[in-house]
Design a protein around this ligand. Structure first.
Ligand SMILES: *[C@@H]1O[C@H](CO)[C@@H](O)[C@H](O)[C@H]1NC(C)=O
Ligand SMILES: *[C@@H]1O[C@H](CO)[C@@H](O)[C@H](O)[C@H]1NC(C)=O
Ligand SMILES: *[C@@H]1O[C@H](CO)[C@@H](O)[C@H](O)[C@H]1NC(C)=O
Ligand SMILES: *[C@@H]1O[C@H](CO)[C@@H](O)[C@H](O)[C@H]1NC(C)=O
Ligand SMILES: *[C@@H]1O[C@H](CO)[C@@H](O)[C@H](O)[C@H]1NC(C)=O
Ligand SMILES: *[C@@H]1O[C@H](CO)[C@@H](O)[C@H](O)[C@H]1NC(C)=O
Ligand SMILES: *[C@@H]1O[C@H](CO)[C@@H](O)[C@H](O)[C@H]1NC(C)=O
Ligand SMILES: *[C@@H]1O[C@H](CO)[C@@H](O)[C@H](O)[C@H]1NC(C)=O
Length: 298
C-alpha cells in the first residue's frame, strides 16, 4: 500500500515537471541555456550546479517532457521512469554523465532540482551540441578542352552538423567571376549515423594561366593548398631556354662522336683493304706463274 502511494506521488511529480516545465513551484535560474559541447562517440558531463550545502530531495534530468535520468532522495522512482542507458547520475557530485554520444543527442536539456527545505524547484537549462570533425578535404582536378578549363572537386566525409564545402580562391574580385565558378555543392547524410559527406565542384578558366595557393574548407577543416591550370602553362612554353641549349649541345656532341667513329672505321678499313689487295695480287701472280710453268712443262 505504501509503495503504491509513493508511486502515485512520483508520478504526480513527474507530471508537474513534465507538463508545466517550470510549473508553479519552479523557478528558472538563468534565461539563456548553458552551452556544452561533445563529440560523436565521446562523453559529456552536464553541469547541473547543485548547492551542496542543502539536501536534495529531487533531481530530475529531462529533455523537454522526456525523462532522461534522476532520483528522489527519499523514495524509489516509479517503474515507468526508465533512465537512458547511456547516462549516469552521480549522487555525490550531482552531475549527469552521458556516454557514447551520437547526433540524436543534440538538443536542450533541463535539470530540475528540489531541495528538502522548500517546495520550489530550480530549473537549469543546458544545450548540448554534438559534433564530428570532417575529414581533411581531398582535391581532385581534371582538365578538359585541351586544358582551357579545369574542374576541381573537393570532398570530405564523416562530419556533423551539415556544413558546406567552400573554395578559398584569392583572385582579383573584379575578374573572379570570369576566372571560376562553383558548379554544385552536396551534403549527403549517412542513413545509419546521420553524419554528412560534404563536397563541391568548381570550374576554373585557364586562359589567364596558373592559379596558385587555392584551398577548400569545410568549417575549420582546410585542405592542402593546390594550384590549377599549371600544365596548361607547361604546354604554352614547353621548354625553357636552358633545356633547348642543353639539347642542342648534346646533339652536337652526339654528331661529333658518330662522325669520329665513322671516320676511324673508314680509315682502318682503307688500311686493311690495301694490305689484303697486295696479298691477293701476289697470290694471283703466283697462281698465274704456276699455271704458266705447268703449261710449259706439259
Ligand atoms: C567515455 O567514458 C567511458 C566510461 O567511463 C570510457 O571508457 C571512455 O574512455 C570515455 N571516452 C572518451 C572519449 O572519453
Ligand atoms: C561520483 O563522483 C565522485 C567524485 O568525483 C567519485 O569519487 C565517485 O567514484 C563517483 N561515483 C560513481 C558511482 O561514479
Ligand atoms: C576535432 O577537432 C578539434 C579541433 O581541431 C580537436 O580539438 C579534436 O581533438 C578533434 N577530435 C577528434 C576526434 O579528432
Ligand atoms: C574593381 O572595379 C572597381 C570599379 O568597378 C574599381 O574601382 C576597383 O579599383 C577595381 N579593383 C581592382 C583591384 O581592379
Ligand atoms: C575566360 O577568361 C577570359 C579572359 O579573362 C575570357 O575572355 C573568357 O570569356 C573566359 N571564358 C569563360 C568560359 O568564362
Ligand atoms: C557536380 O558537377 C560535376 C560537373 O558537372 C559533376 O561531375 C558532379 O557529378 C556534380 N556533383 C553533384 C553532387 O551533383
Ligand atoms: C561518405 O564517404 C565515405 C568515404 O568516402 C564513403 O565510404 C561513404 O559511402 C559515403 N557515404 C555516403 C552516404 O555517401
Ligand atoms: C543514438 O543513441 C541512442 C542510444 O543512446 C539510440 O537509441 C539512437 O538510435 C542513436 N541514434 C543515432 C542516430 O545513431
Amino acid at each position: 500500500m505504501a509503495s503504491n502511494c509513493n508511486l502515485k506521488y512520483f508520478q504526480l511529480w513527474l507530471l508537474v515537471l513534465v507538463s508545466t516545465g517550470m510549473g508553479t513551484f519552479s523557478s528558472s535560474e538563468s534565461a539563456a541555456p548553458i552551452q556544452i559541447h561533445g563529440e560523436i562517440g565521446g562523453n559529456v558531463t552536464f553541469p547541473c550546479s547543485v548547492d551542496n550545502q542543502r539536501t536534495v530531495r529531487l533531481f530530475y534530468f529531462q529533455r523537454g517532457s522526456t525523462f532522461v535520468n534522476g532520483y528522489h532522495a527519499f523514495k524509489d522512482m516509479p517503474h515507468d521512469t526508465k533512465p537512458w542507458e547511456n547516462t549516469e547520475v552521480n549522487r555525490s557530485e550531482n552531475m549527469v554523465h552521458m556516454y557514447r554520444l551520437n547526433t540524436s543527442h543534440s538538443g536542450d536539456y533541463q535539470c530540475h532540482i528540489q531541495y528538502s527545505d522548500t517546495k520550489n524547484t530550480v530549473t537549469i537549462d543546458i544545450r548540448l551540441s554534438v559534433t564530428a570533425n570532417y575529414s581533411k578535404p581531398t582535391v581532385i582536378t581534371s582538365c578538359e578542352d585541351g586544358g582551357l578549363s579545369c574542374l576541381v572537386t573537393c570532398a570530405s566525409h564523416g562530419g556533423y552538423p551539415q556544413t558546406k564545402m567552400k573554395f578559398d580562391v584569392n583572385v582579383n574580385r573584379n575578374s573572379s567571376s570570369r576566372m571560376w565558378r562553383v558548379l554544385n555543392n552536396s551534403e549527403v547524410p549517412d542513413p545509419a549515423n546521420k553524419m554528412f559527406n560534404s563536397s563541391s565542384t568548381a570550374q576554373f578558366n585557364c586562359s589567364n594561366g596558373e592559379l596558385k595557393f587555392l584551398s577548400c574548407s569545410v568549417g575549420e577543416i582546410i585542405s592542402d593548398t593546390f594550384s590549377v591550370c599549371n600544365h596548361v602553362h607547361n604546354t604554352v612554353t614547353p621548354y625553357s631556354p636552358y633545356v633547348i641549349v642543353a639539347v642542342v649541345v648534346c646533339l652536337m656532341v652526339g654528331v661529333l662522336i658518330v662522325m669520329g667513329v665513322w671516320l676511324r672505321h673508314k680509315y682502318k678499313k682503307r688500311q686493311t683493304g690495301a694490305v689484303e689487295g697486295r696479298v691477293n695480287t701476289c697470290t694471283e701472280e703466283v697462281t698465274f706463274l704456276n699455271e704458266l710453268t705447268r703449261k710449259e712443262t706439259s
